[in-house]
Ligand binder design. Sequence first.
Ligand code: 3AM
Length: 190
Amino acid sequence: MSSPAGAEENAATPRRLFLALWPGVVERAQIAELAAQAAGRGRLRDANLHLTLAFLGATGAARLAAYQAALAELPMPELDLLLDRYGYWPQSRILWLGSSRTPPELYELVAELHRRLRRCGFEPERRAFQAHITLARRFPGPAPVQPPAVPVRWRSAEVALVESILDRQGARYQVLQRWPGARLADGSME
Ligand code: 3AM
């Protein structure tokens, strides 16, 4: 099936990409627990939980290379997120987890990503960035009345480039690359 011609074709096929904060094992388990409490069986698969920073959409190889070059020297803040509230968007029927005090550094990071990607032809979404982790799609609503009993503390200093791959069970996400913040031995940033 995978003839050389087929391989070339695959290389030329645009990939559906986005940039995200990608939880580590511990935070992922904690977020998944909240998803299970709030949405039960209708929740996203644990492995798919993430916080989208920028949706890049179908991206060809040349554009991807330009994005990667643009993000090479990304100044990355250390983000300290407290995921302490649920939200629900009735129009898209999305149940999400977020923070009642999204740190300004996260908005600044998204603005910086937009600045860098725009130079490569990227067009950011018009609607304002809203930091959220989707817990369930096609959720009947409303969001749980009570906030999470145990909020999740998530410290992140990495932007992940993620590919969305459709399989029989829906979208599966694969991290292709990460841009780590340069951290000094004493914990401060370069
Ligand atoms: O982080 P969430 O789950 O909100 O909704 C999609 C998901 O966001 C979003 O990209 C993330 C990874 O798939 N997405 C999908 N298509 C999109 C589009 N056309 C989109 N965001 C904006 N425009």
